[in-house]
Write a protein that binds this ligand. Structure first.
Ligand SMILES: [Zn+2]
Length: 276
């Protein structure tokens, strides 16, 4: 099996829909192909992230009562209408005794109709929220992958310098925006350098900071005008992510340091950038 076939079969493999022989062939390929193994891991992480991150909402009591009362009304009307036709609604079944289904029928159909309506209401209310949450989780997975790759591939920085006056002009010359570059060395977060990365279909700035023996990848790119968002801390696959926005930029700090360290980093960073 080649990589292309693996890619085509990946979804079926993840959903356990393939026959044992095909599954075994895929497993063999994954053992020998780093690229496909990484794709498999990314898919699994994404599926897990979505299952963990999808919020669960309970229907409000008022909505439930409204559905139940309209259901009761509809059943009442329908049962009255059908009483005179009882004999026509007997269903003869071969080898079985005749069984009246009159009173089951409206329940089944109305129950089904109510379920469909309820599902439609819930989906239309929740889908945008679910999609947003799914998109955030997907981005979180990408950010972690980018962080890990930068450490694994020995490609932490394109421009290695603790001097913000070296890193900033370098980034400004490569990007169509000018992120704030601040050295926080005296506060225990020395700047190691900067790198270009690619996220959300655009080049972004990745600033690299150190915290004791750990690294923080700090991703920055322009925010869509009018975006507001409350700061968000995510813990995923053993990594901490902290996200916030200001009037100009999206910020994502990714690291294996504690959430407290990232919060401190955010406060120090915000204290030093020109107030927006
Ligand atoms: Zn492969």
């Amino acid at each position: 099996m080649n990589c292309e076939e693996i890619t085509d079969l990946m979804d079926g493999y993840l959903d356990d829909e393939l026959d044992p022989i095909t599954s075994q062939k895929i497993e063999q390929h994954l053992c020998n192909c780093r690229k496909c193994e990484q794709a498999y891991e990314a898919h699994t992480a994404l599926a897990y992230a979505i299952s963990q991150g999808a919020p669960y909402y309970k229907a409000p009591t008022e909505l439930r009562e409204r559905v139940q009362s309209s259901l009761r009304e509809a059943i009442g009307a329908s049962a009255t209408r059908c009483v005179g036709h009882e004999s026509q609604l007997l269903v003869p079944r071969r080898g079985a005794e005749r069984r009246p289904v009159l009173l089951e029928t409206p329940w089944n159909w109305l129950g089904l109709a109510a379920a469909v309506i309820l599902a439609a209401i819930i989906v239309s209310n929740l889908l945008p929220r679910l999609q947003r949450s799914g998109a955030d989780q997907f981005l979180a997975t990408q950010l972690i992958a980018s962080h890990v790759r930068s450490l694994m591939a020995n490609h932490l920085t394109d421009v290695a310098s603790s001097d913000q006056h070296t890193v900033k002009p370098w980034l400004d010359s490569k990007l169509d925006f000018a992120p704030a570059v601040i050295d926080l060395g005296s506060e225990g977060f020395p700047l190691l350098g900067g790198r270009l990365d690619y996220l959300e279909n655009r080049p972004v700035a990745a600033l690299v900071y150190q915290r004791r023996k750990h690294f923080i990848n700090f991703f920055v790119w322009p925010v869509a005008p009018g975006t507001t968002s409350t700061p968000k801390a995510i813990s995923h696959q053993g990594y901490q992510l902290l996200h916030w926005v200001d009037s100009d930029f999206n910020y994502w700090a990714v690291s294996d340091v504690s959430d407290n360290d990232l919060q401190t980093f955010k406060q120090l960073f915000e204290k030093q950038i020109p107030h927006r």
